[in-house]
Design a protein around this ligand. Structure first.
Ligand SMILES: [Zn+2]
Length: 391
């Protein structure tokens, strides 16, 4: 996961900057190497340390060059098949083909995020009891499938959703262990896993995740959400907030800007939540949960998408109508967290396969329409090809 195909300006720009800095330090022999740096910079500062004497003054973190961008990819719900209630719900070839058509897009980023809608382990745990077994959907994806996420470049996943607790505490424990072993960071459980920090090329990316479900960080408790985000903002350069909230389905494509209930459950006020976490220091808000795509907007120059829909949900999800297509969101973010530009890749799914590029571009059209309707002052312009720019 560290060998990402990063073609953006960060590395080149960062490298050039630090080479210039190293030269300046050597010549002037007064500045102290900064230890809060990535691999390449560590190499440079290590060679610098041999020639530059230690300084008395405190190290000052150099500001990244103006043309530096961090690239972040986000997708919605992911569930690559379940061995419960039986292995008939597993895809062919251990799911290795599900992400094949979009793998390069997912990997082409500094950080790649998705919502892990289920558990990730082989056997055991206590399946969530259901009143009606015909409508009981609980997901247990075999542990080895984690490699499919690794191969697609995922660094961070949310485990705050209505399926991470499908197999009780044992399921959560084993899922976390399998993610950890694979090198994928996770966040979203109240008290134990409220946030994660991922460092790459000297940049710290923080993730926290929220949902209305038992055991998760509660999307409805804005004061606590702000507390978590404020803390994370103090530990990270770029703060990514994930939420799984709002009503579901084709009648729930609009953001109502009030508390939503669905099947008798309070699913939060996602609009108030997104603004609250940005007020507390979030830089990107990735929403999901409605199983359909929802609008996006800029708030305080920070990017919000209210739902990224069903991204890769094999076998047990309805994919009819707007639930069958979704966006991959690729963002360029400035070092201070402000949105620079984005790209929507439209995908669609059918029962028999994972995400494929949608030549009808339905997710782009939907995002254009919904964003115009729900956020006429979104601050964003979306082209027919899916380019997202500031207005
Ligand atoms: Zn869900």
């Amino acid at each position: 996961m560290w060998q990402k195909n990063d073609t953006k300006g960060l590395r080149k720009g960062g490298l050039f900057f630090f080479m210039a800095l190293a030269l300046a330090c050597t010549l002037l022999a007064f500045c102290k190497p900064d230890h809060n740096t990535g691999d390449k910079q560590d190499t440079l500062t290590a060679s610098l340390a041999a020639t530059a004497p230690p300084a008395d003054t405190a190290a000052v973190q150099p500001a990244p060059p103006q043309d530096t961008f961090y690239t972040i990819v986000g997708v919605g719900d992911m569930m690559l098949g379940t061995n419960y209630p039986n292995t008939g719900y597993l895809p062919a070839n251990d799911g290795k083909d599900l992400l094949a058509d979009v793998r390069e897009i997912l990997k082409n980023a500094d950080v790649t995020f998705g919502n892990l809608e289920g558990t990730l382990f082989d056997s055991g745990g206590t399946p969530k009891s259901c009143r009606d077994m015909s409508k009981c959907y609980v997901f247990r994806t075999p542990a080895k499938y984690v490699q499919n996420y690794v191969d697609a470049g995922f660094d961070l996943v949310s485990i705050a959703n209505n399926h991470s607790g499908d197999f009780g505490p044992e399921g959560r424990k084993q899922t976390k262990a399998n993610l950890k072993e694979a090198g994928i960071l996770y966040a979203g459980l109240a008290g134990t896993d409220e946030y994660a920090v991922f460092e790459k090329d000297g940049v710290k990316y923080g993730l926290c995740a929220f949902a209305p479900n038992s055991g998760t960080c509660d999307i409805r408790n804005l004061a606590n959400a702000k507390r978590i985000v404020e803390k994370l903002a103090g530990l990270s350069d770029i703060v990514i907030v994930s939420f799984h909230g709002g009503a579901e389905g084709s009648n729930a494509q609009h953001v109502p800007k009030r508390t939503e209930t669905f099947v008798g459950e309070n699913r939060g006020d996602v609009h108030a939540f997104a603004h609250a976490v940005i007020d507390a220091g979030a830089d990107i808000v990735f929403g999901h949960g409605p199983h359909v795509t929802r609008a996006m907007e800029l708030y305080k120059d920070r990017f919000i998408i209210y739902s990224m829909g069903n991204f890769c949900t094999y076998g047990r999800f309805s994919l009819s109508g707007p639930a069958g297509y979704a966006p991959i969101i690729s963002l360029k973010i400035k070092p201070d967290g402000q949105f620079a530009e984005g790209q929507i890749t439209p995908i669609y799914q059918q029962k028999t396969h994972g995400p494929k590029i949608d030549s009808q571009k339905r997710a782009i059209k939907t995002l254009q329409e919904l964003t115009k309707a729900d956020f006429p002052n979104s601050g964003l312009v979306i082209s027919g090809e899916g380019k997202v720019e500031r207005e």
